[in-house]
Design a protein around this ligand. Structure first.
Ligand code: GAL
Length: 669
């Protein structure tokens, strides 16, 4: 069932926290929501202490009045279960339900997200409050969707967690022998002779076991999903026709495998708070969400009217809220929602902005909110067809977790940044990318990018082989295919799982210091390998005229550089598209060795990039030319968004600085 259809048109609104305001403000809220075109609000996300001021004592009268007021104003409600912030009395009554950090500190109430999803008392309380709300509001006409919890992400190391972890491990590994083997516990005398000896990866003396850490992340994701499922079961039983979701939070710290969760929510919903490069970050987040939703509609549940970049807040530029909302919608969101409706006057997030800012409705922000609210209903036709993607980028949460282990060959490895670079390159060159898991059906994509996919299963490696042999073009970058599903290195040469597909064997890694850049150039300087380092110096310097077979344009009209990482690559069936050419020093011994390779495989081609290229070089390798505006196609419709300060004319459109157009397009380039 497509649950998003139950929501009708594009959703517009945000978190509405009336419990923060005296009742006389609520009426004005609804009037302003109507003025802004708001049609959906998320209510009660953090209202547990107000709903249940003392154990078993419920006060729902205020929420009745809020829902009635909203309904009278024609505004639907995405009603939250408030379980992300249990009241102080709860933690005091059940200290074993408070989070324990990995160093054994039991946290205290006083913020939010201080709970343990393994605690029986907490689980029972959550199911209880969800039931109370569902029983009360099951027939309320304003109820449009359930918003379970908020941004799942709390990790706990208490004894309940350790018990649950052991149960999960038994199910995953079956026997202790299998676990010991998977975790390589023969190293450092970590061998377990009884299940009871195993704990969560709590603070320990030196480097923790990477396979244990990876299994723990998997376990936390599954355990929180069980918590979601328990509430979902209660809500589904009492309100079978109401969609149920939760808001996914993005970030490397998040112990949630959203791909697994996406199958459990009726509508994928994400929160998105870009920081340094909002347009590119927005496109990436939206393409990720669409990947989790497997192409179906999803919803931008939260964004802010301000941007937090490092040390300071910045007001969104004029029109920026509209452009970023439009970018999400172009890429498949069923609307644009915010945190929060009215900026708080106190509390921890009093500077996080609101659709109604501290200045009130007579403000630039609220005027833009009203304009956006008027624009959204005009976009329905443009959103009817699926988003058209010209490429796929592979993303796997487990690979990300594995690459966060300490003790890797560089502490600077950053999987997300590698994936973001690949996405940014396509984005800046007008190619919409689906961000999908390595197990996805790739056959429809002409191009698939595989950035630094450190961990890959045998089955997923086979999937890549199938894709290329069926005619696809696969571009794999450094440090891919290294580890198996237990984070153990695949032996015999890197990139283990992908060696035959890429036609190469990598003998050694050479991570580069920040001040070192290697030059890359044409393959005809590739010297035969010799024992004398001098003999490896290329016979002649790189030329500007270097050309390659087929249409490969790399390295274009100038020598390219590789930074951050390099590898000693041997050709085993592949040809070199570019080689390392310098500097010729003992510390950079790769001169003359392949840097970028190409391997015909079945009917397709697999390329390998053994270093970090600049964005421009990456684009040249892919044969792309820049597009100054964001372009997304959906069937006969084109979304064009100019995020920059200059006027641009894509095709027959004229986009002023900050301008956008959503219109039918008939011709294709
Ligand atoms: C989100 C969260 C909201 C609010 C917001 C602040 O991550 O879900 O409750 O904290 O950040 O910008």
């Amino acid at each position: 069932m497509d649950w998003s259809e139950r929501l009708g048109g594009l959703c517009y609104g945000g978190d509405y926290n009336p419990e923060q305001w005296p009742e006389d403000v609520w009426k004005e809220d609804v009037e302003l929501m109507r003025r802004a075109g708001v049609n959906l609000v998320s209510v009660g996300v953090f209202s547990w202490a107000r709903l249940e001021p003392a154990p078993g004592v419920h006060d729902l009268g205020w929420l009745d009045r809020v829902l009635d007021l909203l309904h009278d104003g024609g505004i639907r409600v995405n009603l939250a279960t408030p379980t992300a912030s249990p009241p102080p009395w709860f933690g005091l009554a059940h200290p074993d339900a408070l989070t324990v950090t990995h160093d054994g500190t039991r946290l205290t109430h006083g913020s939010r997200d201080t709970y343990c999803v393994h605690s029986p008392a907490y689980l029972a309380a959550c199911a209880g409050i969800a039931r109370t709300l569902a029983e009360r509001y099951r027939d309320h006409p304003a109820l449009a969707m359930w918003h379970v919890h908020n941004e799942y992400g709390t990790t706990c190391h208490c004894d309940h967690a350790a018990d649950a972890f052991r149960t999960w491990l038994r199910a995953r590994h079956g026997t202790l022998e299998a676990l010991n083997d998977a975790w390589t516990t023969s190293f450092w005398s970590q061998h377990y002779s009884a299940w009871e000896q195993i704990t969560t990866p709590r603070a320990t003396q030196y480097l923790p076991n990477p396979s244990q850490a990876l299994d723990f992340r998997r376990f936390v994701s599954d355990a929180m999903l069980d918590h979601f499922r328990e509430q979902k079961a209660v809500l589904r039983e009492l309100t079978p026709d109401i969609p149920i979701t939760t808001n996914f939070v993005l970030g490397d710290w998040v112990p949630v495998n959203h791909r697994h969760w996406a199958a459990e929510v009726d509508l994928v919903a994400i929160d998105h708070y870009p920081s340094t490069d909002p347009p590119a970050e927005t496109a990436f987040a939206a393409d990720l969400a669409r990947g989790w939703a497997t192409g179906k509609p999803w919803l931008l549940m939260e964004q802010a009217v301000v941007t937090y970049t490092g040390p300071r807040m910045r007001a969104k530029h004029p029109g920026e809220i509209t452009r970023l909302s439009l970018s999400h919608i172009a890429r498949g969101s069923r609307g644009a929602m915010f945190f929060q409706w009215r900026a708080s006057r106190g509390g921890a997030e009093l500077w996080h902005g609101g659709m109604v800012p501290h200045a009130g409705p007579d403000s630039r922000i609220f005027r833009e909110i009203c304009d956006l609210g008027a624009l959204l209903p005009t976009l329905e036709d443009a959103c009817a067809a699926p988003v058209e993607a010209g490429a796929a980028i592979l993303w796997d949460a487990e690979a990300n977790w594995a690459l966060q282990a300490p003790g890797l060959p560089s502490t600077e490895l950053n999987y997300t940044e590698a994936v973001r670079q690949a996405h940014r390159v396509l984005y800046r060159h007008g190619v919409t990318a689906d961000v999908v898991h390595p197990s996805a059906d790739l056959s429809a994509y002409p191009l698939v990018l595989v950035p630094s996919l450190y961990l890959i299963s045998d089955a997923d490696a086979d999937n890549l082989r199938r894709y290329v042999s069926g005619g696809g073009t696969l571009v794999v970058s450094y440090l891919s295919g290294i580890a198996d599903e237990h984070a153990r290195v695949r032996l015999g040469g890197y990139p283990g799982a992908l060696r035959d597909l890429l036609g190469i064997r990598v003998e050694e890694f050479h991570p580069l210091p920040p001040d070192v850049a290697l030059t890359l150039s044409a393959p005809d300087v590739l010297a035969p390998r010799s024992t004398s380092p001098r003999a490896e110096i290329p016979a002649r310097p790189p030329t500007d005229e270097a050309t390659f077979s087929d249409e490969t344009t790399f390295p274009g009209d100038r020598p390219e550089t590789g930074t951050f990482w390099s590898e000693h690559v041997h050709l085993e069936g592949a040809e070199a598209l570019a080689v390392y050419t310098g500097p010729h020093t003992l510390a950079t011994p790769l001169s003359g060795q392949p840097a970028i390779t190409r391997h015909p495989y079945g009917s397709g081609t697999a390329l390998y990039i053994s270093t970090r290229l600049t964005d421009d070089a990456y684009a040249r390798l892919l044969g792309l030319s820049p597009t100054p505006v964001e372009l997304v196609r959906r069937g006969d419709w084109l979304f064009a968004i100019n995020h920059g300060d200059e006027e641009h004319e894509p095709g027959d459109l004229l986009l002023p600085p900050g301008g956008f157009a959503v219109r039918p397009h008939v011709e294709r380039e």
